[in-house]
Structures are given as C-alpha cells and as structure tokens.
Design a binder for this molecule. Structure first.
Ligand code: SF4
Length: 369
C-alpha cells in the first residue's frame, strides 16, 4: 500500500497549470493541516498494513511550514506502519523552503525531494509564470545536498513557447551536469481554462517536439540515466518507487483535497472544493466521492495502458496471474498490429513499446481502453 498526501496551495499560480492548487491564506493553510491530521486519524482501510511509499505533492507542499509537514508525517507514522526502507518523497519549489526547513524535513523522515525547476533559463521561467529563478534552484539544490538528501529529482518541461530543440538540449545538459539522481521531462500541454489557453503562444511544431523527446533520451542516457518510463529517467536504483507503484497498479490511499485512491478494486477521490473539505473536517465518509468499482474489463485495460508506460513493459505471466486469461486471447488484435508496425516488441515473455512506440504512446494506449 502507498500513501499520497495532497497540499493544494501555491505561492502563485503558474500560467500553464491546471492542477488542483491555488493561493491560500495563512488561516486556510492552518485549517487545512488540521483537517488533514483529522483525516489521517480517521481513515480505517490500511491501518496495520505496511506502507512502502509516501508522496507529498501539490500544489507546493513547502508553502506550508516544514514544522506542519513534519507533524503530518508524524501522524502518518502513528496511524500506519511504514516499511524500514519506505520512500518518502516531497515536492519542493525553489524559493519556498529554507535550509533550516530542509534539515527539519530530512529529520522528519523525508528521504527524496522532487524539485520543480522546469527550466534553467530565466526567460523560459518568466514565460511559464514560475516564482523562482535559476539561482534560487541552485541554492535549494545545494542546501538539499547539505541537509543529507541523496535522492533528488528535477522536473523539467519542454516544447515551451519559443523553445528550439537546441535550447532544450542545452537545458538538459545544464541540469544533468549537476547529476541529480532522477530527472522527469514532460512536454508542455496547453490545458483548457489556463491563462496559456487564452494566449497566442508560439509553440514548437509537432516535429520539433518529437525531436526534443528524442534528444531527451540521447542526452540523458549518455550521462548515465536510464529511461524507465515515458517521461522519467533515473540513475540505476533511483527509479521513483511511488510512481512505479501507480504503473504497476499497487493500491494507494489519497489523503487531502481531491486526492485519488485505489483500494480493493475501487477507485475514489476526495472532494475538490476547499471549503467543503475544510467544513467536513476530514471525515472520510463525507469527503469521498466518485466511488467506482472496476470491472474485469477496466482492470485489464488499466493493466495494459499503465504497464506499457514502463520501458520494461508488461509480463504475459503477470497478466495471466491477475486475470486467469491469456493476454493474447484478450488483446490479440492491438498487440499484433503494434508488433507488426514495430511500435512494440515481444521478448522473453515481456511486451514493451519500442523507442518510437514510446513517442506515440498516447495513440497506442487509447487502443487498450
Ligand atoms: S507550482 Fe506547480 S502546482 Fe503550483 S501553480 Fe505552478 S505548476 Fe501548478
């Protein structure tokens, strides 16, 4: 079992962001932490079960004082049993956390930081509406090392307005030179309702975006990173166990505003309205909604489109072990098509996307839904 904890506050909204996050007053943040602690104390499902990873994401969790985040982790430890090697990740934005707080968070048990940089270029950061500069990132990166963090991820974005493949390559090289253990590289998606969706942006074309995706693998593998998922690269042994858990359909409990859960063949999520969440004081029966029991068809589809995100793909015997049916009996048509097209390989009982298949994975996944 894994835990996800959502902190829905940010210092300021980035222009491309459609995550469940926004500015919060000090009073709202305090009240939110109280409700979250209450929710943790009231959940029933996984008590007594081992937790293999905890992921505190947002929003920007570090806009909450480190002391309060430490109290959330302390209450998690009271309520659940964390495995001795439990991965405890925290999302951090440069400009929102001090060195002292990083030490405190390390002491509280956080052992992996995911730093939202997005770009090392000041101009690109301004375009995205980020609150920090490159220097802020360097400071937080160095302080995280000083505080004892030996597992750092850096989030980057490509296909930004005005960006060329050459600029993206330089961005990758600049960040990889620091040797973080993990790099996530996502392409910018223009989401409806965001300021970006209403702006005239000069975005790279499809071909340029494709080149950038290709460059990512070339640059990072030359520097010792393994691509283990469509957008994720890690030094050997530093793959994010929490994210791998999602793709391997491990059960997880989401805590906090809008957090999603997958437990016992059911998917559900918490309410997304802050006032409602605060008003119901974390009572699980009153904050959970969209409860859906997955049928066999849903589970098999999820197995396929989540598992194929990983570069190692899926194992035929795992499919059989889960569903007591052969993967070929259920998905013969799409599997044969993508194998024939060279977008997928079949080797040693595993099915996985080829390099080209990973670039067009959205189209392939849709075929399994
Ligand atoms: S910091 Fe992250 S969550 Fe917050 S507005 Fe920016 S992209 Fe969204």
């Amino acid at each position: 079992m894994m835990l996800y904890i959502h902190i829905p506050f940010c210092a300021r909204k980035c222009l491309y962001c459609d995550f469940l996050s926004g500015y919060g007053s000090e009073e709202e943040k305090e009240s939110y932490v109280r409700s979250l602690l209450q929710e943790i104390s009231l959940v029933k499902e996984p008590v007594g079960r081992y937790i293999s990873s905890v992921y505190i994401g947002g929003g920007t969790p570090t806009v909450i004082p480190a002391k309060a985040l430490a109290s959330v982790l302390a209450s998690v430890r009271e309520r659940f049993v964390l495995t001795p090697d439990c991965e405890v990740s925290l999302e951090v934005n440069p400009g929102t956390v001090s060195e002292k707080e990083l030490f405190l968070l390390r002491e509280a048990g956080v052992n992996r930081l995911s730093i939202g940089l997005q770009s090392p270029r000041e101009q690109e950061l301004r375009v995205l509406g980020r609150i920090h500069g490159w220097e802020d990132f360097l400071r937080v990166y160095g302080e995280a090392r000083d505080a004892g963090f030996s597992d750092l991820n850096v989030d980057l974005m490509y296909a930004l307005p005005g960006q060329t493949p050459e600029k993206w390559r330089q961005n990758l090289e600049t960040v990889a030179a620091l040797q973080p253990e993990h790099i996530s590289a996502y392409s910018l998606i223009i989401e409806e309702g965001t300021p970006f969706s209403r702006m005239q942006l000069s975005l790279p074309g499809e071909e340029e975006e494709y080149t950038m995706m290709e460059e990512t693998q070339d640059v990072l593998s030359a520097r010792g990173y393994l691509r283990y998922e469509i957008s994720n690269y890690a030094k050997p042994g530093y793959e994010c166990r929490h994210n791998l858990g999602y793709w391997e359909r491990k059960e997880y409990l989401g805590l906090g505003l809008g957090a999603a859960s997958y437990i016992g063949h059911r998917r559900f999520s918490n309410v997304r309205d802050l006032k409602t969440y605060l008003g119901r004081k974390g009572r699980p029966s009153e904050i959970r909604e969209n409860i859906r029991t997955l049928d066999l068809q849903d589970e098999m589809a999820e197995f396929m489109f989540l598992g194929l995100r990983k570069t190692e793909g899926i194992r035929e015997e795992d499919f059989f072990g889960c569903f007591h049916r052969s993967i070929w009996e259920v998905y013969e048509k799409p599997l044969t098509r993508y194998l024939d097209l060279g977008l997928m390989y079949h080797r040693d009982g595993r099915l996985f996307l080829s390099r080209h298949g990973l670039q067009v994975s959205n189209v392939i996944m849709a075929d399994f839904v």
